[in-house]
Design a protein around this ligand. Structure first.
Ligand SMILES: Cc1cc2nc3c(=O)[nH]c(=O)nc-3n(C[C@H](O)[C@H](O)[C@H](O)COP(=O)(O)OP(=O)(O)OC[C@H]3O[C@@H](n4cnc5c(N)ncnc54)[C@H](O)[C@@H]3O)c2cc1C
Length: 561
C-alpha cells in the first residue's frame, strides 16, 4: 500500500494492492543485488512487486572511485543508473525519513518543500550502508576531505589541482610547503588506493608546474594499525608498502591521529604535520536511520540470523554494510565489503522468494573470489582463489574482476573502452569545478502561489526581498490569515530548526521574490552566530499565537512556519 500525505497531515489518498510487495531501502550494492535477484527470479504465481528507495538514482561503485582522483576514470564511469538495471522495479529516488520495522513501513520525503510518501510492504529489506563519522577525531570533521560520495571524489581532485596552483604562486615558504603536503588518514582499501592515485597524479602533474620541485611534494599515509590492507596476506601487504615508499609516499603505520586544525594534523606520538590537505578514509559510522531503530545494534549494525532475517521483526531482512550476518562456519559477522554486500543482497532476495513459496531459507555464504586493489594504471595487488599477484598481472586481474561485476555488457564495454582511452590519452589537469554560483537561492512566485504548505516537511528558510505574502494556519478545519509579511521579513525558521514540519502555509499576495537557504546551512548559521540566534529567540509569541481570522498584520519579523 502506498499513501500520500496531504498538505495538512491527513492521508489524501491510498492505493490498495493485493500483490505482495518487497520494499528495499538503499540502492547500493546490497539493495541493487537484492532487487535484481527478485526481478530475475520471480515467477507469475509469486505476484510480487519490487520497490526500491534510494537517495540517488544510481548505484555507486566505490571501489572504482579512487581512479577519479588521478583522472583515469570520470564520475559517470563509476555510476550505474538504477533505471537501466532494474527494469520492472518501482524506484523512488528520495530521502528516507523514518522506518517502522514492525509495520514494515518507511516514510520518504520528496526533498525541498513537498508532500511526503509512506510506503508499506510485506517484506522490508534494510540496505542503507554506512556513513562517515569523524567525530572521534577532533578537527577532522571540520578540516578533512571526505571520501564517501562521488561529490567527495570530484572535490578531492579539484582540491589537489587547486593546491598545485596555489603553491606555484605562494611566496611564503611555510605556506607553500603546507600546500604541497597531503596526508591520507587510513590504510585500508580506500586509503592505500587514494594515496597511490593522488601521488601518481600529483607527481605526473609537476611537468606543468616547473616552479615546483618533486622533492617539495609530500604524500603521507597514516594508520593506527601496523600494516596496510588487513584482508591481504602479510607478504602482499608488505609489497604494497614497499611500492608506495618507492614511489615517494611516506607510510607511517602504528600511529593514530590525535587532532587536526585548518593547517596542521597532530599524530598520537606528538608529531605535527603542517598541511592544507587531510584526506580521511577512516570513521565508518552507523546510518542515523539504523541507529534510530528500536533494537540493540551489534557494533553499529543490525543483528541478523544467517538467513539475513532480523529476529523479532517478521518479514524484515538486512543486507550489506548495515547488517551483521553471521558466517555459519565461524559465527562471526561478515565484514563490510563489496562481495559480502552482493552475497547478502542476493540471499535476502532468495529467502524472500523461498518464504513466499513455502520453502526453507538458506544461509548466506557470499562468494569469495578474493581481494583486489588497484594502486595505479599499471600496478595492482590481488589475492584470487589463493593465488597472490602483484604488478601489472594483478592490475589486469583486478580490472577483469571489476568488468565481470558490471551489470550489463554495455557498461562493461564502456568501462573497458574508457580504461584503454585514458591509458593512451591521459587527462591530467582538467578540474571539474562544481561549486554553485549561489548558495543562497533567489526565487520568484506569482501572486497566489504557495511557497510553503502547513504540515509538510521543511526544506528551506526564506527572506522576502520584494512583494507581500500572507501566512495562514488551519484552525478548526478552516484556513485563517495570521500574518502578512513584506520585504525584510522572513519565515521558515521554526520548521527548519525544530520539528521539520511546517506549522503554517505561506502564499504570495503579489508577485514576490525571496532568498532561500537550505535548512542545514541555516541551522549551522544559527548555531554559530549568537546574534542571529538571539534575534530569533526574541520573538517567541508571534510564532505560536494566531491573530483573529483575517486579522493579518503588516511588518512582523518572525512567523509560524
Ligand atoms: C572509497 C571506497 C572504496 C572502497 N573500496 C572497496 C574495495 O576495494 N573492496 C571492497 O570490498 N569494499 C570497498 N569499499 C566498501 C564497499 O563499497 C561497501 O562495503 C559496499 O558499498 C556496501 O554496500 P551497501 O549496499 O551495504 O552500502 P552502500 O553501497 O553504501 O549503499 C547504501 C545506499 O543507501 C542509500 N541511503 C542511505 N541512507 C539513505 C537515506 N536516508 N535515504 C535514502 N537513501 C539512503 C545510499 O544513498 C546508498 O545508495 C569501499 C568503500 C569506499 C567508500
Amino acid at each position: 500500500m502506498r499513501r500520500i500525505r496531504g498538505a495538512h497531515g491527513a492521508p489524501s489518498r491510498a492505493l490498495v494492492m493485493t500483490r505482495r510487495r518487497v520494499l528495499i531501502l538503499g540502492g547500493g550494492h546490497a539493495g541493487v543485488r537484492c532487487a535484481r535477484e527478485l526481478l530475475e527470479q520471480r515467477r507469475s504465481p509469486d505476484e510480487l512487486d519490487v520497490t526500491l528507495v534510494s537517495r540517488e538514482n544510481v548505484e555507486v561503485w566505490h571501489g572504482l572511485m579512487p581512479q577519479i582522483v588521478s583522472g583515469v576514470l570520470q564520475a559517470q564511469h563509476v555510476l550505474i543508473p538504477l533505471r537501466e538495471i532494474l527494469r520492472g522495479a518501482t524506484i523512488y529516488s528520495r530521502e528516507i525519513e523514518s522506518i517502522d520495522p514492525v509495520a514494515r513501513r518507511a516514510v520518504l520525503s520528496l526533498g525541498g518543500e513537498s508532500d511526503e510518501v509512506t510506503l508499506e510492504a510485506d517484506y522490508l529489506v534494510i540496505a542503507l550502508g554506512s556513513v562517515t563519522d569523524l567525530s572521534r577525531f577532533p578537527g577532522l570533521s571540520e578540516h578533512a576531505l571526505q571520501t564517501k560520495t562521488i561529490g567527495d571524489f570530484i572535490h578531492l581532485r579539484n582540491h589537489l589541482i587547486e593546491m598545485l596552483e596555489a603553491a606555484s604562486v605562494t611566496t611564503d615558504a611555510a605556506e607553500r610547503q603546507r600546500r604541497l603536503t597531503f596526508v591520507v588518514v587510513g590504510a585500508g582499501y580506500a586509503g592505500v588506493e587514494i594515496a597511490s592515485e593522488a601521488n601518481e597524479f600529483l607527481r605526473a602533474s609537476l611537468r606543468a608546474y616547473p616552479m615546483i620541485a618533486a622533492t617539495e611534494l609530500r604524500v603521507i599515509t597514516v594508520d593506527i594499525l601496523t600494516r596496510v590492507l588487513p584482508t591481504f596476506n602479510d607478504r602482499l601487504a608488505q609489497r604494497v608498502v614497499d611500492r608506495m615508499r618507492m614511489r615517494g609516499i611516506e607510510v607511517r603505520l602504528g600511529v593514530g591521529v590525535k587532532e587536526a586544525t585548518a593547517g596542521t594534523i597532530v599524530l598520537a606520538d606528538g608529531s605535527r604535520i603542517e598541511t592544507r590537505s587531510i584526506i580521511a578514509t577512516v570513521g565508518i559510522g552507523t546510518n542515523p536511520l539504523v541507529r534510530a531503530l528500536p533494537i540493540e545494534l551489534q557494533r553499529g549494525r543490525i543483528p541478523c540470523d544467517a538467513f539475513c532475517r532480523v529476529p523479532g521483526w517478521p518479514g524484515v531482512y538486512a543486507a550489506g554494510d548495515n547488517a551483521a550476518v553471521p558466517d555459519p562456519s565461524t559465527g562471526q559477522a561478515y565484514g563490510a565489503m563489496v562481495m559480502v554486500a552482493f552475497g547478502e543482497g542476493k540471499q535476502a532476495a532468495r529467502n524472500i522468494l523461498a518464504d513466499l513459496r513455502g520453502q526453507p531459507p538458506e544461509a548466506c555464504r557470499p562468494a569469495r573470489f578474493g581481494e583486489v586493489a588497484l594502486l595505479s594504471r599499471s600496478y595492482g595487488v590481488a589475492q584470487v582463489r589463493g593465488i597472490a599477484l602483484h604488478g601489472w598481472p594483478a592490475s589486469l586481474v583486478s580490472r577483469a574482476l571489476f568488468l565481470s561485476f558490471m551489470p550489463t555488457w554495455r557498461r562493461r564495454l564502456a568501462l573497458a573502452l574508457h580504461w584503454m582511452g585514458s591509458a593512451l590519452l591521459s587527462d591530467r589537469l582538467t578540474p571539474l569545478p562544481i561549486g554553485r554560483s549561489n548558495m543562497v537561492i533567489p526565487m520568484r512566485f506569482a501572486a497566489g502561489e504557495t511557497i510553503v504548505r502547513e504540515g509538510e516537511l521543511s526544506g528551506r528558510f526564506y527572506i522576502v526581498t520584494a512583494g507581500d505574502v500572507e501566512v495562514l494556519q488551519r484552525v478548526d478545519g478552516e484556513e485563517r490569515v495570521i500574518r502578512k509579511l513584506g520585504p525584510g521579513d522572513h519565515f521558515g525558521e521554526i520548521a527548519a530548526l525544530g520539528n521539520r514540519r511546517r506549522t503554517a502555509t505561506v502564499r504570495s499576495l503579489t508577485p514576490t521574490s525571496v532568498l532561500s537557504l537550505a535548512r542545514q546551512d541555516f541551522a549551522a548559521l544559527v548555531e554559530h552566530l549568537p546574534a542571529l540566534h538571539d534575534a530569533l529567540e526574541a520573538y517567541p509569541t508571534s510564532r505560536s499565537s494566531p491573530s483573529p481570522a483575517g486579522g493579518g498584520e503588516q511588518g512582523g519579523h518572525v512567523t509560524a512556519t
